[in-house]
Design a protein around this ligand. Structure first.
Ligand code: HEM
Length: 320
């Protein structure tokens, strides 16, 4: 009896471990393409690595592409679909237009993947892997990505306009918009650490640098130099004032020193519920890295299409 009660939990743990690695029908799995496309991860990493060597910012752009895919209809590559006379996609939505970048890199990966294993790997999985490699290649953590997402045959311009948070959002809005996707306030705060890399256009932080109170005055003055009160809307500035090309915990140091670029960033350290977590990440890069990997896995698991749902697109920009 004692032996039975010891063996049963062990058996259940082994079953759970097996299903996590190999997946159940309809679930994401680490080994999804192990036999059908064994070179997938090598191909993705090498194309992403080349793209970042050409332009460091591309790491940030590919990371954001994944976020904007997953928050709209789930991680289904809906963001990649081009508009046509008879199809309206998500690319013209306010948070995406003239803003989301990296579509050509996804195309380049897809071309190589198709050459190696035709009609097998989804664009949605390519986006998830490219985001992971982007983070890691500019100094961030590495983690395993579960796979098996399929590509949407539809897109939603209206969801792209309504479901993505904007830079003037309050803390309560940020928390509720992430909660609507099954993500906690902690997930929101740790995923916002993505702003340790990349750039923003002037029009998205102008109000903060001229009108917000909880901002370091020298930092505001620095940003005002290239972001005037009117005009020059597209002028870029690094989101992390210290090290915009390295994935590190400097974003949280920025927040603690009132140097968050967006109003929404500084909301995470403004006397509210996320202050303690921001303080912790500002001094503990290892904690930020391990929590970021966990929350990225949750972001990547938002309502994927699996099994027979959706399709494997042959061109990421159009349905088959
Ligand atoms: C918490 C709510 C968030 C808000 C309000 C927000 C807002 C923004 C805005 C306004 C920009 C600048 C866009 C432009 O200049 O056109 C931006 C850039 C960026 N965002 Fe966020 N974001 C949020 C969360 C996230 C998350 C969760 C991620 C990824 C996990 C992310 C990754 C990025 C990156 C990497 C960039 C720079 C992209 C580049 O340089 O191409 N953001 N974000």
């Amino acid at each position: 009896m004692a032996l039975m009660s010891y063996r049963l939990p062990t058996f259940l743990v082994l079953c759970l471990l097996f299903s996590y690695v190999h997946g159940q029908p309809g679930q994401l799995a680490l080994t999804f393409y192990q036999n059908s496309c064994p070179n997938l991860q090598t191909i993705v990493r090498s194309v992403v690595s080349q793209a970042i060597a050409n332009e460091t910012r591309m790491a940030a752009s590919l990371l954001r592409l994944f976020f904007h895919d997953c928050f709209v209809q789930g991680c289904d590559a809906s963001i990649l679909l081009d508009d046509t006379p008879t199809f309206t996609g998500e690319k013209t939505a306010a948070p995406n237009a003239n803003s989301v970048r990296g579509y050509e890199v996804i195309d380049a990966i897809k071309t190589q993947v198709e050459a190696s294993c035709r009609a097998t790997v989804s664009c949605a999985d390519i986006v998830a892997l490219a985001a992971r490699d982007s983070v890691n290649l500019v100094g961030g953590p590495m983690w395993n990505v579960t796979l098996g997402r399929r590509d949407a045959k539809t897109a939603s311009l209206s969801s792209a306009n309504s479901d993505l948070p904007g830079p003037s959002s309050s803390l309560s809005t940020l928390i509720s918009m992430f909660a609507a996707k099954g993500l906690s306030a902690q997930d929101m705060t740790v995923l916002s650490g993505a702003h340790t890399i990349g750039q923003s256009r002037c029009l998205l932080f102008r109000n903060r640098i001229y009108n917000d109170q909880n901002i370091n005055t020298s930092f505001a003055a620095l940003r005002q130099q290239t972001c005037p009160q009117s005009g020059s809307d597209s002028n870029p500035a690094p989101i992390d004032v210290q090290s915009p090309n390295s994935f590190d915990n400097a974003y949280y140091v920025d927040l603690v020193t009132k140097q968050g670029l967006f109003h929404s960033d500084q909301e995470l350290f403004n006397g509210g519920s996320q202050d303690n977590l921001v303080t912790k990440y500002s001094t503990d890069a290892a904690a930020f890295f391990s929590d970021f990997a966990i929350s990225m896995a949750k972001l990547g698991a938002i309502t994927p299409l699996t099994g027979k749902k959706g399709e494997i697109r042959s061109n990421c920009r159009m349905v088959n």
